[in-house]
Design a protein around this ligand. Structure first.
Ligand code: NAX
Length: 325
């Protein structure tokens, strides 16, 4: 058997984790040969619930789960962690303004960024799911100066998977027949799911669907899918979010297939004239754990305008918490 990898998960008593942890324990991230140690982080009030989740993990008798540790201290949770899922975040409470939400989360993610800086593996991969995910990731990485931007990403994979599935459904093909999907920008309703480069069984996606469907159906459906799930289920996306977190971490660790790419929130390097130092979702390829933004795509006026709208929102989010950076 291989040496176990250490995986930390924050928000471990929450609903995304209730799916994520059991999939990790069953080998969904690195397969059935790779043992894991789970480091579970929660706030003190949620520790009793977390203990129940741990009981259930134990009751799976998973051959891969070597150990489960629980704590309310990020410096303990992140010690020597190789892979970190930052899922926990404060939801918007009654009477809370967007700015207040940004601020309370900025505080959480600055503390966690500092802890990662001090105790995590120098090769750690930190995936931020907790909302506002892009800006939380920016805060965490800014507070971890001894790590680099390459150690952090924010989750766009749920949006990416939603976009693939909508297009596959429209074209009557399997999700695996869709390649080169792109999500640009923020994980919010300003995101831009872009079909200009997408392929369906090797054909240009936009040659197979009407432009009206792309603009007035596909884009808003993907942008508002989270709200549609809440309306139907009375709870936000959880199993699909956990699935996306695993997909994104797997692509990051093991690479993207030849000829395809995935969408990830990464620190902008100025590509496509997106302001540097924003966590922005780009189409990326990954090889040997290194993420590269796909360069040189033709971006028309329509796309550029959509990409800018999301960039503007991310700048506003960053400016609202700039004093904490
Ligand atoms: P839950 O409210 O069920 O769980 C969140 C958990 O985080 C709670 O158990 C809470 O005690 C814990 N927590 C809060 N502050 C913490 C801290 N400082 N340290 C450790 N744990 C802390 O939310 P859930 O449905 O699991 O969603 C988690 C986050 O994912 C939310 O912010 C949600 O908005 C976000 N999402 C992000 C998505 C994405 O694509 N980026 C999609 C799904 C989801 O909406």
């Amino acid at each position: 058997m291989k040496t176990p990898v250490h995986i930390a998960v924050s928000g471990a008593a929450g609903q995304i984790s209730y799916s994520l942890l059991f999939r990790l324990a069953s080998g969904a991230l690195f397969g059935p040969e790779q043992p894991i140690v789970l480091h579970l982080l929660e706030i003190p009030q949620a520790m009793p619930v977390l203990n129940g989740v741990v009981m259930e993990l134990q009751d799976c008798a998973s051959p891969l789960l070597y150990r489960v540790e629980t704590t309310d201290d990020p410096r303990i949770a992140f010690r020597n962690a190789d892979y970190v899922f930052l899922v926990g975040a404060r939801p918007r409470g009654p009477g809370m303004e967007r700015k207040d939400l940004l601020e309370v989360n900025a505080e959480i993610f600055s503390v966690q960024g500092k802890a990662l800086n001090d105790v995590a593996s120098r090769k750690v991969k930190v995936l931020v799911t907790g909302n506002p995910a892009n800006t939380n990731a920016l805060i965490a990485l800014t507070n971890a100066p001894d790590l680099g931007p390459e150690n952090f990403s924010s989750m766009s994979r749920l949006d990416h998977n939603r976009a693939i599935s909508q297009l596959a459904d429209k074209c009557g093909v399997l999700a695996t027949d869709v390649k080169n999907m792109s999500i640009w920008g923020n994980h919010s309703t300003t995101q831009y799911p872009d079909l200009h480069h997408a392929k369906v069984k090797g054909q240009d996606a936009l040659s197979l669907v009407e432009r009206d469907w792309f603009i007035n159906d596909f884009i808003p459906t993907v942008q508002q899918r989270g709200a549609a799930v809440i309306q139907a289920r009375g709870l936000s996306s959880a199993a699909s979010a956990a699935n996306a977190a695993i997909d994104q971490m797997r692509s990051w660790a093991l690479g993207t297939p030849e000829g395809d790419w995935v969408s990830m929130g990464v620190l902008s390097d100025g590509s496509y004239a997106i302001e540097r130092d924003l966590m922005y979702s780009f189409p990326v390829t990954v090889a040997n754990g290194e993420v590269t933004i796909v360069k040189g795509l033709d971006i028309n006026e329509f796309s550029m305008q959509r990409m800018r709208i999301s960039e503007t929102e991310l700048k506003e989010e960053r400016d609202a918490i700039r004093h904490l950076l």
